[in-house]
Design a protein around this ligand. Structure first.
Ligand SMILES: Nc1ncnc2c1ncn2[C@@H]1O[C@H](COP(=O)(O)OP(=O)(O)OP(=O)(O)O)[C@@H](O)[C@H]1O
Ligand SMILES: [Mg+2]
Length: 376
């Protein structure tokens, strides 16, 4: 936490002054205020839309649930001790939105089922380095886009890979200066500009790619301080977490290993794909990562297997085989879906898309430790 401000803020509700706020506290309150703005806007959209069979209400419900999961995971320790009441108040706001959304959804005949089918995906890919996260993220994004989905694909790895597997002719894709602003309390001192909503950021700043996929990334490392990714990290996470538009699929390709799941880069996701290769160490990494994402339903995706057996306790929902054409596409710098659209690995990613889009119609084996309900 940074320096403490000298003037205690007046609590708008009670007119009294509370504990002194540090820049970090201010940043946290700004995040909570942004969450409230996002939910209010989604509630207004849901209330104003007719004939969408409850899709807007389901979007609101899911957005409130993502925020609740994140609040449960993050509001611990010092922040909770200092601001317990304010956080409890925010939790009530999230609960109220979720309760209203559920109620409205239950009033729509057949609403829940129809809306579930139509709601866009929110998928985060994690796993050991080289497991195939970027190949699968990029190919999945393109497969979904070719089916007519609107897809936002985000590279959350400072060592970029997604642009290549997507076939986006850029390795930048960072949010521009006008989308971010300084905030001494935010990690690295920058955040999403307060006048820009997550939806506006996607609309205005995501780079268009093949099949209409839109791309955002942390940006290039141009100097030893990693200035560009540090400037855009918090803003990009805010965009993903706050982008609840149910007519979009969102796919996030996370950096290998435990740091990014620990920092909750997957907070935007309704589903985590744990990518596991045939090597023993890939399975070991997966087992270490699972507890870090235990609040989000997770499925295991096996990749690059030839004839090796599944890892004990990590039964995959989908198996993507080792595919020499995919490896060759990588060497040529061509997206797999452009280089070898009919190859077995790309076909398996198509099957993965089937499973994600219509889970009821496919045999999904969820990791037994995953919880799908948010604790009230
Ligand atoms: N099914 C497959 N068959 C053959 N090669 C594959 C397959 N999947 C991925 N590869 C290749 O394996 C390498 C690693 O894949 P990829 O870059 O997608 O992994 P990653 O998990 O994103 O790695 P990193 O952690 O470094 O970001 C790439 O060269 C890719 O082309
Ligand atoms: Mg990668």
């Amino acid at each position: 936490m940074g320096e403490v401000t000298t003037i205690p803020p007046v609590d708008e509700a009670t007119g009294t002054t509370g504990p002194e706020r540090s820049p970090g506290d201010d940043a946290m309150f700004e995040s909570l205020a942004r969450q409230a703005r996002v939910l209010d806007a989604m509630a207004a959209t849901a209330a104003g839309s007719s004939g969408d069979a409850g899709l807007g209400w389901l979007a609101l419900q899911r957005q409130a649930e993502r925020y609740l999961r994140n609040l449960d995971a993050r509001a611990r320790g010092r922040a909770l001790a200092r601001w317990g009441e304010r956080l409890a108040e925010h939790r009530r706001v999230l609960h109220d939105h979720r309760a209203e959304a559920r109620q409205r959804l239950s009033d729509v005949p057949g609403g829940t089922d129809t809306a579930q089918r139509r709601h866009g995906l929110r998928v985060a890919l994690i796993g050991k380095g080289g497991a195939g996260k970027s190949m699968i993220s990029g190919t999945l994004a393109r497969v979904l886009a070719r089916r007519g989905h609107r897809v936002l694909a985000a590279d959350l790895d400072t060592n970029p890979g997604l642009a290549f597997s997507l076939g986006v002719p850029t390795s930048s894709g960072a949010l521009p200066d006008e989308a971010i602003e300084t905030d001494p309390g935010a990690a690295y001192g920058w955040r999403l500009a307060s006048g820009t909503s997550p939806a506006q950021a996607v609309e205005r700043f995501a780079t268009p790619g093949p099949d209409g996929v839109r791309f955002l990334a942390l940006g290039k490392i141009d100097d030893p301080d990693k200035t560009a990714p540090k400037r855009s990290l918090v803003a990009l996470l805010e965009v993903l977490l706050g982008f609840g538009d149910p007519s979009w699929d969102v796919i996030g390709d996370l950096e290998a290993g435990p740091t990014t799941p620990f920092e909750r880069y997957h907070a935007f996701a309704d589903q985590v794909l744990m990518v596991v290769g045939p090597a023993w160490r890939s399975a070991m990494t997966a087992r270490r990562l699972l507890p870090l994402v235990a609040d989000v339903p997770t499925i295991v995706v096996a990749n690059r297997f030839r004839h090796e057996p599944d890892h004990p306790g990590l039964a995959p929902a989908v198996r993507i085989p080792f595919d020499a054409d995919v490896a060759d596409a990588e060497r040529r710098g061509v997206a797999p879906i452009d280089a070898c659209p009919d190859s077995p690995a790309v076909q398996a990613v198509n099957h993965l898309a089937d499973l994600l889009v219509a889970p009821g119609e496919a045999d999904v084996r969820r990791f037994p430790g995953a919880r799908s309900e948010v604790t009230p």
